[in-house]
Structures are given as C-alpha cells and as structure tokens.
Design a protein around this ligand. Structure first.
Ligand code: SAH
Ligand code: SF4
Length: 467
C-alpha cells in the first residue's frame, strides 16, 4: 500500500456520477434536502464541508433537521469509546425515519468505519443504513450514491489504504469569514493509546504551493480566520524544503487582514524556530495547543510519545519568554494502563508548574487494534474517576488565574456573532484565541474590533468595544 494522489481523471469520473445523481433527483417535487453531521475533530468537520460541497453539486439543499431530510450522512469519530457509543445511539434513532420516508438514503462514514469490528456491527445491526464508506474514499461519494440509487441495495466501501490526497474537491464552508485548511493528513506516530494512525492512514503533506494558493484565495474572498490542520502539523513537509515554520513564514507574508491558527502540535517535533516564527509574525495567533498527555516520564514512554517532561517544560519556558501573551493549552489522559498514583501526582505537579490556560482532559479509553488496549490495566474505573476530578479541580484554579492578566487591557477581537454569556453581547476571539464577549453591534460581525477587557471568567473574557 502507498499514499496516492487522486488524479484529475478520477475526479472527472466522479463528475459524471454527480450528473447522474443530479438527473435522478428530478423525481422529487422540490429540491431534496441533505442532513450532514460530523462528530469529533476539526479534520472531520473539514471532511464534512467537502461532503457538503459534493452534495450541493449533485443538487441537494441542506437541512438541520433529520425529519425533513432525504439524505442523512453521519461522519463519525472513533477516538474514544463514548464518541462511538453516541454514534451508534444516533444511527439507531434514524430507523423510524426510514419507515416514514422509504426514499430516504442513510449513509455512515468516517473513522469508525475504518475499524473492522465497528464496521461489522454497523453493517449487521443497522440494516437500514444504505451506504457505509471509509475515510480513504470520501471523494467517491457521488459514485456511491449513484450505485445506491440505480443498483438498489446497500453499498459498502471500506477500502484500507495508507491514504490518499484529493486536491480540487469543492468545499461548502460553514462560515464566510472562518475557514479550515488541511495541510496534511494521517499520522505516523502510533501513540500506543491512539486509533488515528489506523483509521486515517500514513502521514502525508499537501504541496506547499497548493496550501498557499488556497489560503491566498480565502483571504481575497474575505476570510479572516484561517485554521491550518493536521494531526501533527510540526512534521509538515518533513524531508522537503518547506517545513512547517517555513510554510508559516510564507503564509504570514501574504497581504491582507487575517489571522492564522494551527492544530495540533506534537511536542517531539515542536522547535524553537517554530516559536520564533510565531513570536515575530504579523498574523499568527499567540496560541499553541501542545498536548502533553501526562506528567510522568515512565508513562510518556509507554505512550510512545518520544519526549520527556524536561523537553516539554523547556518548550513551555522558551515559548512564554518569546511570546509573553501566549495562550497555552493542552490535552491530558488520565488512567493510562499501568499508571500509578505517583505517576498521576507527577501530572498534577506539571499542571501546577505550567498552569495551562486551558486543558482538554480525558479518561483513557481502550481502542480496538492499539497497543495500549492490550496492556494490563489494573486501576479500577472509580479510582480513575477520582483522579480525573482532582485534575479538573487543579486545572480550574489555573484557568481562573490565567485570564485575570487581561483585565484593563485592550485586545483585538475578530467578531463571530452573538454573545456566549448573554444575547446582549457580541462574541469573538482575540489573537490569543481567547473567547471574548463584548458590547458591540451587528455590523461588527466578521470584522476585527478593539475591545477593552473589564472582567475575566475561567473560560472567557468580557469587555467593551473601543475605537
Ligand atoms: N493528533 C493530536 C490529537 C489527536 S486526538 C495530538 O497528537 O495531539 C485528541 C486527543 O484525544 C489526544 O491528544 C488525547 O489526549 C485524546 N485521546 C486520544 N486517544 C485517546 C484514548 N484512547 N483515550 C483517551 N483519550 C484519548
Ligand atoms: Fe494520535 Fe499520537 Fe498521532 Fe496524535 S500524534 S493522532 S495522539 S498517534
């Protein structure tokens, strides 16, 4: 198996299928509607936008309501057990709709489908699901729908692959000023707890020129917040002359009023050069999401993370020195197999030492096919739950403290819509990527405005618009 770029000819073939579906949809009295829901990470959300782009070209309109849909697609996540359970629950709840509308087509795709056991359960327990397809054949959705309509019966494509790169798919973006741009796909790191390398294939970077021209086009169409995506953006372009810091430099030099964000950084590949580029940039957010996962070197080794706490703390100190208003966020897993109380206490100590602005915390969830799922896991669930609550309390104290420093300061905020704390406010994000609610007006939406901060909450700032 090898990573493959989808050819122009293959995409043209899909255009023919799009036409066929388009003509088949004429039997509906009104424009047929599609309901598309993406679970999980931002990468999945961008896949959802490509799916919507293809559906629009096939003649579908969109609805937020499954009851009025003629086509329902659930784009799934497999990263933790609870995400998978939620999808199974939601798929089950669609059965009655099929009875009401026999023409309804139901499709399930995404990471869950790439897991053999989960795919088997989907096929066997949910016979009313018409189309099931994996992450590597997303671009063939027109063909899959075509087969479903013209051949009848169920359609499965769960091709296993090291992965593909499909350029040139149309994208129906959720926002007119915020856009996500994948710069790489897949992952080679095989952290022992993680299912992503198994369901998303090998790491592959898009060509720098393709990324730059997409970003340029977005900026000239008025997009102001551009999120660069990859499972480990720091290894973008490895072995070529455009690595991640270089890509950022080139993007930062584009003309226009915009911000660049990126997700996610792996500490093993995060360099001082990357931090320097952020510090000296004009457009890059002062935010690094740097998942540490754990504060015990013994557990980090078992997780196959390839860094230790000393390296991590050096990066944190360097980044905070170079970028004094840095917003530093992280991910933590509690209860990895074999984790002892003393390992967990090292995580607590690291949390207190770093005092993250915010942390996403998870209890370890064994995933089919991963090494950690085979490891001895003697700590009972109640004990892990207790540790988890302790962790939340420590983080709660850090989060409350960290935003206080902004009170009295003026931050530049990209206004995104109505307030999160009250309908009277408008809401946006600062260059530090912090949520800000402020007194403003409707015409601020989609614009950069200056906001004087008057109050800090644990998860957001409150302020007033100034000139
Ligand atoms: N590529 C990113 C994150 C991918 S998944 C990175 O390496 O940082 C997002 C987060 O989910 C991870 O950082 C991890 O904290 C959590 N996660 C992944 N697999 C998990 C599992 N099996 N159990 C619990 N949390 C998990
Ligand atoms: Fe999963 Fe590790 Fe890859 Fe992140 S870097 S996607 S945690 S294997």
């Amino acid at each position: 198996m090898a990573v493959r770029t989808i050819t122009r000819q293959e995409l043209e073939e899909q255009s023919i299928y799009k036409q066929k579906v388009r003509s088949a949809l004429h039997i509906y009295d009104k424009k047929p509607l599609a309901f598309v829901h993406s679970y999980g990470c931002q990468q999945n959300v961008t896949d959802g936008e490509k799916i919507k782009g293809m559906l629009e070209e096939m003649g579908f309109g969109f609805t937020e309501n499954t009851a009025s849909a003629d086509f329902i697609l659930l784009n799934t996540c497999a990263v933790r057990e609870n995400a998978v359970d939620r999808v199974f629950g939601n798929v089950g709840a669609l059965k009655h709709l099929k009875k009401k509308n026999p023409r309804l087509i139901i499709a399930v795709c995404g990471c869950m489908v790439q897991q053999p056991e989960t795919a088997k359960r989907l096929k066997q327990s949910f016979p009313f699901v018409d189309i099931i397809f994996g992450t590597h054949v997303l671009h063939t959705l027109p063909e899959l729908i075509c087969r479903c309509i013209f051949e009848g019966g169920r359609v499965f494509d769960i091709t296993d692959s090291d992965g593909v790169i499909a350029e040139g798919l149309s994208v129906k973006r959720e926002s007119v000023f915020k856009a996500s741009v994948p710069i790489m796909y897949g992952c080679n790191n095989f952290c022992t707890y993680c299912v992503v390398p198994y369901v998303r294939g090998r790491e592959r970077s898009r060509e720098a020129d393709k990324v730059i021209s997409e970003v340029k086009e977005l900026i000239s169409s008025g997009y102001k917040d551009i999120l660069l995506l990859g499972q480990n953006v720091n290894s973008y372009g490895k072995g070529t002359d455009v690595d991640f810091p270089e890509l950022l430099l080139r993007l930062d030099s584009l003309d226009g009023e915009y911000r660049l964000e990126f997700m996610t950084s792996h500490p093993k590949d995060c360099t001082e050069r990357l931090i320097d580029v952020i510090a000296e940039s004009k457009h890059i957010c002062h935010h690094i999401h740097l998942p540490v996962q754990c504060g015990s070197d013994r557990i980090l080794k078992l997780m196959n993370r390839h860094y230790n706490t000393e390296h991590y703390l050096h990066l944190v100190d360097y980044a905070r020195k170079k970028i004094p208003d840095l917003n530093l966020t992280t991910d933590i897993i509690v209860g990895f197999p074999g984790e002892q109380r003393e390992d967990f206490e090292q995580t607590l100590a690291l949390m207190k030492r770093v005092c993250f602005d915010s942390a996403f915390t998870f209890i370890f969830s064994p995933r089919e096919g991963t090494k950690a799922a085979e490891m001895d896991d003697p700590v009972p669930a109640e004990e892990k739950g207790k540790w988890f609550r302790e962790l939340l309390e420590v983080q709660g104290n850090c989060g409350c403290k960290s935003y206080q420093k902004y009170v009295g300061k003026t931050l530049n905020v990209l206004c995104e819509g109505r307030g999160r704390t009250s309908e009277e406010y408008y809401n946006g994000k600062s260059r530090q990527n912090i949520i800000v609610d402020f007194s403003g007006d409707e015409s601020d939406i989609g614009k950069f405005v200056n906001v004087k901060i008057t109050k800090a909450l644990a998860w957001a700032l409150i302020g007033e618009k100034t000139d």
